[in-house]
Design a protein around this ligand. Sequence first.
Ligand code: F6P
Ligand code: MN
Length: 409
Amino acid sequence: MVYKSLLFTCFVASLFRNGNSFSSTKPLIKSWKIQSNGVLFSSIDNVEQPKQLSSVASSKQKKKNLKTFSRYLEIESWKRGPAARDLEPVLRSVGEACRQINRIVQRAQTDDLYGVAVDADGNPLEDTNIQGEVQQKLDVVCNAIMLKQFCGCSKGVIAAVASEEEDEPRGCDEVMGDNAFAIGEYVAVFDPIDGSKNIDASLPVGTIFGIYKCTPGTKPDEKTFLQQGNEMVAAGYCLYSATTVLVLTMGSGVDGFTLDPDKSVFLHTHPDIRIPSEGNICSFNEANYRDFKVPVQRYLNAAKEGATGKKCSARYVGALVADVHNVLINGGIYGYPGTYQNPQGKLRLLYESNPMGMIIEQAGGAASTGTGRILDVQPTEIHMRVPTFLGSIDNVYELDQFHQYYDDE
Ligand code: F6P
Ligand code: MN
């Protein structure tokens, strides 16, 4: 006991000796800027950083030989051929965007980055989001990071981008202020900060993206983005939670990478993710139960009784990325159904349901609207919504069966 408290005292003393003082009086950082090269800069870069904790954790406890995300991309490009080679700089940039957004999310409270976005006079920016939601400060900053990282990754790769935060798609020439970025072989869609309201309470949030081919040599327009999800060449998400995880598919299989907080690099911790074929997680906003359509109500009743397999257990964080990641790892079903008032539900096909659907399918699960495959839905406008059910194949199959059986009620 005496030995243990002596050790602890030495440990605390060593932290202070190393300058890792928790009582720092350094000013809080208020300003973040994105440089023209897309790198995020804040004046915190001039502030002494705390010593890393790697000396505390024994290196013996660390997993050995985890490939870096960069190395993984090099190998996959070599294995998969020209299309994957084209995408290598884009996906590298996505990794960088996730690193930067993670840094902002971690500092949202200390740097006063949470809350509603304001104009130069400090007035809240209202009705600025196409979804009719008041934009959060984080939405604005993270949207700018995604725009720059996608468009600026390499000339001639991404030609245009569509963001959940913006009314219209944007050409990369406009984003980068340089005509050389006008033409490329791909377009990208993204939701920069999914579940951003979670930030205020230090709960998980995410970033979602999908990449499509476009006609090389021509400038993309809104129609270029109205492709079915099954045309996507890559999709993924970053989850900023207890750990920061980047999950990616390039069209065959799914891989996951965890951000090493000391080295600030993503490491290949989840090779070839497979979703369990069934699971007991039910991830729905059950407060809306009375508004759900009859097939969904009946399915949930049955799932709670264990009539469709294992008796279900409710989990709902309120950020799509976090809830779906839980289902991907542990098995079960995530749902944002349509209601009688909003038959298309809430989730956006392009920025949310399609990329998450592709990941789930590529991991061996299913992505359904209740009446068909999400990835086969023909988009009619870029911000359209779609009822969304994602998860283990057995669970989603049961949900579909309830739709077929009770559809006429
Ligand atoms: O982007 C929409 C979103 O924030 C999702 O991340 C999340 O799953 C959902 O809304 C939560 O909506 P609700 O608060 O209605 O359950
Ligand atoms: Mn979202």
